[in-house]
Design a protein around this ligand. Sequence first.
Ligand SMILES: [Zn+2]
Length: 287
Amino acid sequence: MVNKQTKTMAKVKPGWDGFSLKPKREMPEGLWIACPSCQNMLYKKSVEENLDICPECSHHFRIDGRKRIRQLADDGSFEEMGAELVSSDPLGFSAAGKNYAERIRSFSEKGQNEAILVGKAFIRGRGVMLSVMDFSFLGGSMGMVVGEKFCLAVEKAIEESLPLVVVSASGGARMHEGVVSLGQMAKTSAALARFDESRGLFISVLTDPTTGGVTASFAMLGDIIIAEPRALIGFAGPRTIYETIKIELPEGFQRSEFLLEHGFIDMIVHRRDLRSEIGRLIDYCGK
Ligand SMILES: [Zn+2]
């Protein structure tokens, strides 16, 4: 049986919403994006041309690894290493009907080989060893390949006396690899201890979000730690902490600005200044 209200709504012309009688906002898909910070509708192309920063409020959108390299390294200077490394799926992991090995395969078919890209590059003419995490690959999680590629970059930086620049974006250790992924925290930290003995310069750049095992290992071991504005940086997420200890967290907790105020990081750098700031720091440290 059709009730009175449904009858009324059925008379409304398609394209109109039945309550306010205002035309629906129809926008071509993919051309516009909503800024999660100021809620403005933004023309996607204008955001991309602005280094993926909201022109209205300076919100820094998350970007994938390849784009980060294009924004940071001098044109065409990135020489990738370790692209052939693939996880061996040590646990034969599968959850919620999704098989880990198949997921890895589908990423590689799309041209993404892991949650980190490493290689030699130039930033404003200075040679560096660049490691960039990719949050779009399984939440930038750290598994055996991330650990191995990271160490490969560190060893190469020692060998060639290059400064190490690491851009982190991660949800933490990769649960699909169980304890093997946790082992990467020790492995990457040990590699950095060797790098430190060789008196290398390590610039760690934290972007939104940098959490879990990555925060608890290499990301926080930089000689200089830079963060992008308003990035979420922490170990457990704010919701997990609240649910565990039932205490309201302070305003802005785990954001870059809060961490700078409390001495966890050295500086906050706007994305448009990141290249010049890294170049300046390398010069300043005489590397
Ligand atoms: Zn905005």
